[in-house]
Design a protein around this ligand. Structure first.
Ligand SMILES: Cc1cc2nc3c(=O)[nH]c(=O)nc-3n(C[C@H](O)[C@H](O)[C@H](O)COP(=O)(O)O)c2cc1C
Length: 212
């Protein structure tokens, strides 16, 4: 499938077929493509938690998402929670050394860490810096899923504060370092089930784009 065709195929799925699972190879492909998403300064401030276990997924639905997303999360076979690095962790020497230490060493590394740290501190809300990168990862993953003819939903309707005790209870992630930014579900669906998708609505190209 071309990228254009994948973009046409992808729609926000509202009702999933809970009897159909996603095979391991396809899931791996979707996750690998997510990892290939670009990030500002190559910092990769995004981490994925994949939940397939039905009981844990149901608990995640109720604690990490707004009511309108509960059923989708319960029914879709794969839930992916996209976590963003918290502002203090993002600007820490520990995190920046991990990321920038892949490119630089010694004095140049120190200089780059200080430079990026100062740049990041100019952001009005640093949690949002990570969240922006999470959205790019989500785009890559949902397009990849479309290429495999797998349905997906991007869910900004998350409840990051309520998710903290859930993460802690199940030892999912260090909540001093990471917060819930975005949710994704993947699965199969039946287009003939009413309400599965909404009509495709887009503003006219000449309203969306101005070319000089
Ligand atoms: C950042 C973002 C957040 C979204 N959050 C939700 C959500 O919480 N729940 C939901 O059902 N759909 C959500 N959507 C889906 C949009 O409503 C949907 O993409 C839009 O209406 C266009 O429809 P289409 O994707 O089928 O073309 C979200 C989409 C994006 C990009």
């Amino acid at each position: 499938m071309s990228v254009e065709h994948a973009a046409q195929f992808r729609k926000a799925i509202k009702i999933y077929d809970k009897t159909k699972s996603i095979n391991e190879n396809d899931l791996k492909t979707i996750l690998t493509t997510g990892a290939l998403a670009p990030s500002s300064n190559g910092l990769e401030p995004v981490k994925l938690i994949v939940i397939k276990d039905p009981k844990l997924k149901e608990q995640a639905a109720m604690t990490c998402f707004m009511a309108g997303n509960h059923q989708k999360v319960k029914d879709a076979p794969v839930l992916v929670l996209l976590l963003g690095a918290n502002s203090t962790y993002l600007t820490s020497e520990e995190f920046l050394t991990k990321r920038l230490g892949r490119l630089f060493t010694g004095e140049i590394l120190t200089k780059n860490i200080n430079g990026i740290s100062n740049y990041l501190k100019t952001y009005p809300n640093l949690d949002m810096f990570s969240d922006e990168q999470a959205h790019i990862v989500a785009s890559f993953m949902t397009l990849q899923a479309a290429d495999l003819k797998i349905g997906s939903s991007i869910m900004g309707g998350v409840t990051p504060t309520q998710a903290i005790p859930f993460f802690q209870e199940h030892n999912i992630v260090d909540t001093t370092k990471w917060h819930l930014a975005l949710g994704l579900v993947f699965g199969y669906y039946d287009d003939n089930t009413p309400g599965t998708t909404f009509p495709r609505l887009r503003i006219a190209t000449d309203e969306f784009v101005t070319i000089f």
